[in-house]
Design a protein around this ligand. Structure first.
Ligand SMILES: Nc1ncnc2c1ncn2[C@@H]1O[C@H](COP(=O)(O)OP(=O)(O)O)[C@@H](O)[C@H]1O
Ligand SMILES: [Mg+2]
Length: 238
């Protein structure tokens, strides 16, 4: 098993062109599950993309104490960071197996084969559907393929951007349970953006609330669940 990763973000800024979305973000992602909450447009996706090296950023990002390069997505994958992007981004005309194999693009053929066997052990439903075209699967199954494909990178830090978006409640529970297994049994640190606030906080250890590009609250998951501000703004209970 890989040792769980610790991600420390200090003074991070990011945006698009001259437009700043995130300013002076400080987060500390410990082993376990950390959830990022916040309204649409707050900058949650921008944060994960900046951490994954997909867009430029300022500030310092340390993975287990060593700086993570900015804007070098391949180096980030090599260092053990994987992102399941919003909207899954599978190859719909390729089979489940082919999609998964693509996730192991940096690994040797032998290692890729080992990880594929592991993925099918971890996701038995995908094993049954190994030869099905990804585009013909249900939304929940496609999201499972996307998570399993990210696990094919052999990550130590897995980032999930709204994994349960558009899924039925039962499937939301299943995906959050998968995130829980990845963090607690496989020892992969999970950083996840979720709109299902109550469910996400019930599986997470810690959470941050991002509003208009700034962190406005940081606490244990239990602390956030009990906080009046969170209850009013995100849980719909006055
Ligand atoms: N590719 C892009 N180019 C320019 N602006 C963008 C781009 N992607 C997102 N934005 C803007 O950045 C802000 C934050 O977006 P995003 O990170 O997607 O928020 P969230 O994931 O919290 O809904 C929004 O104002 C959005 O319009
Ligand atoms: Mg988003």
């Amino acid at each position: 098993m890989n040792a769980s990763a610790h991600l420390q973000v200090t003074g991070l800024g990011a945006g698009y062109g001259g437009f700043a979305v995130l300013r002076d973000i400080h987060i500390d992602v410990q082993p376990g599950i950390t959830v990022i909450l916040g309204p649409n447009g707050a900058g949650k996706t921008t944060l994960l993309r900046a951490l994954a090296g997909l867009i430029p950023r300022q500030g310092q990002v340390l993975l287990d104490g060593a700086p993570l390069p900015a804007q070098d997505a391949t180096a980030c994958v090599r260092r053990g960071l994987a992102l399941v992007a919003e909207g899954r981004q599978l190859f719909p005309q390729m089979t489940v197996t082919e999609n998964l194999e693509l996730g192991g693009w940096l690994a040797s053929a032998a290692e890729r084969k080992r990880r594929l066997a592991q993925a099918f052990d971890d996701f038995p439903r995908l094993k049954e559907r190994a030869t099905q075209l990804a585009g013909t699967m249900s939304g929940g199954e496609q999201q499972m393929v996307a998570v399993a494909r990210a696990m094919m990178c052999g990550p130590r830090l897995l980032m999930l951007d709204e994994p349960s978006l558009g899924l039925a409640p039962r499937m939301v529970d299943e995906l959050l349970a998968i995130a829980g297994r990845i963090a607690r049994q496989q020892g992969v640190t999970v950083l996840m953006v979720e709109q299902n606030v109550r469910k996400a906080l019930s599986v997470a250890d810690r959470g941050y609330v991002l509003e208009r590009g700034r962190i406005v609250a940081a606490d244990s998951a239990a602390g956030l669940l009990a906080s009046d501000v969170i209850r009013r703004a995100y849980l719909g209970t006055a």
